[in-house]
Design a protein around this ligand. Structure first.
Ligand code: URA
Length: 411
């Protein structure tokens, strides 16, 4: 049997470099490059970053479960895991079948990764005194997969952002409180991005997240020290939610804008002013509610002296998910109003099209009622006066619907 010689080489920065694998996969599957034409390499530890593969505009959607299956197999130690994961996506997009033995290997690998993830979700760490006299969490794990790497963010939140160190066979990982460091064999640990790692085989957000914090000001304080996300370094400050901690209505937007970033408060800029007006018309007192965002930092691109809003992506949403989960856990609102697609997709855990899902009561997994509506900044962008007035009235009607779903106040 003749062997194909791979024509394309992709170099990944570390053995669990999901981000680079995914962008290369999107570009190459988009061109229908077959799996056997690609050679995957991992750069030796400590090598400077290789340029990112060209990112093609994604012309296709990958179902969340398929991408998660690929992420799971990438956490195995199978030598051909990059090819297997690529083949999974390639088969989905081209409508071809994967060889059954390969599928069976993927399923076995994913089972092992899930089992190891479940194991490391239990208390792994003990508090130890470091050489400098400071305390830090330490653990050693005889992992047979890369599940510990993909759970770095989970562990950081589980330990309430305190420094931790994890020794693994042939490698080690450390969160300093500022940076995630990773080193293989004897190489000095180097910073890696949380966002480069695969999504863990179990959801990041569980009841355990930010586990010891039960009051909102303490969650806000912790969120202000969070450095998990590079956005934290560029934004002026964390913009946490504000309002009543016993509010029956909670509003969730996308992310703070320029004004909110400077003021440190949600919805105080142009979209916030429109929101306030609509609330008033719907008979809702903002002071009786809780108003927050899916993502707590302003994401922007500098243009001259201006800061141009950039849409928050899945990475930022995942980074901030534990903060939003903690706000929900503490407030327990009866009605959760999702302002725009980012909030709706993050809270419903699936892709949401506003036109299809707005203006109706949705039962959420915690028993609260969800209402999806447009984001107020959408109303600011409608160019035509008559259309804008119509859209505004629909928005107010959605707010009225949400208000009608609040449980009656006890006499
Ligand atoms: N847009 C949002 O989603 N949130 C804000 O706080 C401001 C504008």
């Amino acid at each position: 049997m003749s062997q194909t010689i791979p024509q394309t080489t992709v170099t990944l920065d570390h053995p669990v470099d999901f981000a680079r694998w995914r962008s290369a996969t999107r570009a190459l599957v988009g061109q229908h490059v077959p799996p056997e034409d690609i050679a995957w390499h991992v750069a030796p530890s400590g090598t400077p970053d290789t340029p990112a593969p060209a990112q093609a505009a994604p012309p296709f959607r990958i179902p969340r479960e398929t991408m998660q299956m690929a992420a799971d197999v990438l956490q195995s130690m199978l030598p051909d895991r990059f090819t297997l994961a690529y083949h999974l996506i390639y088969a989905h997009v081209t409508g071809t079948a994967m060889p059954p033995p390969d599928l069976a290997r993927i399923e076995d690998a994913a089972d092992t990764v899930r089992a190891e993830t479940a194991h490391l979700r239990h208390d792994l760490f003990t508090l130890m005194q470091r050489g400098d006299g400071q305390e830090a969490w330490h653990a050693t794990m005889a992992a047979t997969t890369y599940a510990p790497e993909s759970n770095a963010r989970f562990m950081t939140f589980q330990l309430s952002l305190a420094p931790w160190r994890l020794a693994l066979p042939g490698r080690r990982m450390e969160w300093t409180g500022e940076k995630l460091l990773y080193g293989q064999d004897d190489a000095a640990p180097a910073p890696i991005a949380f966002g480069s790692l695969p999504p863990p085989a179990m959801p990041l957000v569980t009841d355990l997240d930010i586990p010891r914090i039960t009051v909102l000001p303490a969650v806000a304080l912790a969120a202000r020290t969070c450095r998990i996300c590079p956005m934290a370094r560029h934004a002026t400050q964390t913009v946490f939610g504000e309002g009543r901690s016993d509010a029956r209505m909670m509003f969730v937007g996308e992310q703070p804008g320029d004004k909110e970033d400077r003021a440190g408060r949600p919805f105080v800029g142009p979209a916030g002013q429109l929101f306030d007006r609509a609330l008033l018309e719907a008979g809702i007192e903002r002071d009786d509610t809780y108003v927050t965002n899916t993502v707590k930092h302003f994401k922007f691109r500098p243009r001259g002296t201006r800061r141009i809003h950039e849409k928050a992506g899945p990475e930022e949403i995942a980074n901030c998910a534990p903060w939003l989960a903690a706000e929900r856990r503490i407030i327990r609102p009866h009605v959760l109003v999702m302002l725009g697609a980012t909030a709706a997709s993050a809270l419903l855990g699936r892709h949401v099209t506003i036109g299809r899902e707005r203006s109706r009561a949705i039962t959420l997994e915690d028993g609260a009622t969800g209402v999806v509506t447009v984001h107020p900044s959408f109303l600011l962008r409608v160019p035509d006066d008559a259309a804008r007035a119509r859209e505004y009235d629909r928005f107010v009607a959605d707010l009225k619907l949400a208000a009608s779903l609040r449980a009656p106040v006890a006499p």
